[in-house]
Design a protein around this ligand. Structure first.
Ligand code: MN
Length: 317
């Protein structure tokens, strides 16, 4: 997925002050260019740019894409972040500048580590099914990891555990001793909680993590309050569990991680240690340097939008 805003704003991101209580982060609807859908974006939020190293959270669908091309995100670059693609319904074909072509289906993980730089496209395959529903998440890398070699991992099967009416799939990190093999560069977790019948579930949390929960389906009660599709419920570090009460089937996405104790800059599809690093990444993409070519996508690559005038500076730069 790409940030397809015509005039994206440069942002300094990093750990926000943990709230003393739960906090509701509203989602905003963002159009995704030629792909005629809206995504619900919760991170980065104005007052809370990250949850752990999670810096970008888009939830899309379920959309009826019968008779349409579906998702069509042309080749675009990334730096200093990982993209996490997770589907509830449908399928997406990933192609990248390392030469990987990989279809992802529900229950699988596509994890792309940009590091120094990679480009990719994401599209619904020509023979796609009729519904598309998923999330696209970004994990920021610390400045020390900004120049690691790019890589792509497809995990066809992920570990799960059952708790009453719920099945938890550990997408990245570890939950209740169940560990995903996904490669990570900071302590993180992502898990999908599929609650298949009315009931109560206690989600085990890592006390050292701050957490964010979004609802993918249904309208369960999370930590005592109804959480419909849209906003993210933020919970500060120090929690051992979170109670979920479902009166009907529901599906949640739990994200967490240790506070990201560094300030970095995010603009368009780039994360960097400084404004100048973003300017250089943009220049390299426009000059067809650094990122390589994505082969096989029918259509043009995404041009970088104009840079904003402001020169932002992380406080610790
Ligand atoms: Mn992308």
């Amino acid at each position: 997925m790409s940030n397809l805003a015509a005039k994206p704003q440069e942002q300094v991101i990093g750990a926000s002050r943990p709230a003393s209580d739960n906090e509701l982060i509203p989602s905003r609807d963002v159009p995704l260019g030629r792909w005629a859908t809206m995504v619900r974006r919760t991170l980065p939020a104005r007052h809370r740019s990250m949850v752990g190293a999670w810096c970008f959270v888009d939830h899309y669908g379920p959309d009826d894409i019968e008779g349409t091309p579906g998702m069509q995100v042309p080749p675009h670059p990334h730096t200093q972040l990982q993209t996490v693609s997770w589907l509830v319904e449908g399928e997406v074909l990933h192609r990248d500048s390392l030469g990987n072509t990989q279809l992802i289906e529900p229950g699988q993980l596509n994890l792309m580590t940009a590091g120094h730089g990679i480009a990719h496209s994401e599209e619904s395959p020509a023979d796609h099914t009729n519904r598309l529903h998923g999330v696209q998440l970004w994990v920021a890398l610390h400045a020390a990891d900004r120049d690691i070699a790019p890589s792509f991992d497809h995990l066809a099967q992920l570990p799960t555990f059952v708790d009453g009416p719920a099945t938890a799939t550990v997408i990245v990190g570890e939950m209740d001793g169940v560990k995903s093999a996904a490669r990570l560069y900071s302590p993180l977790v992502a898990a999908e909680i599929d609650i298949r019948a009315a009931g109560k579930v206690s989600l085990p949390l890592n006390e050292e993590f701050e957490h964010g929960v979004i609802t993918l389906d249904g309208e369960p009660e999370v930590d005592g309050a109804r959480l419909g599709v849209g906003p993210m419920l933020y919970a500060a570090p120090g929690r051992r569990s979170m109670r979920v009460v479902a009166e009907a089937p529901a599906r949640l996405l739990l994200l967490g991680g240790t506070l990201f104790d560094e300030q970095i800059v995010m603009w368009w599809n780039f994360v960097g240690p400084s404004h100048d690093a973003i300017v250089e990444a943009r220049r390299a993409w426009e000059a067809r340097e650094r990122f390589g070519e994505v082969l096989g996508f029918q259509g043009e690559r995404l041009p970088a939008p104009p840079l904003p005038m402001a020169r932002l500076k992380p406080r610790n730069a």
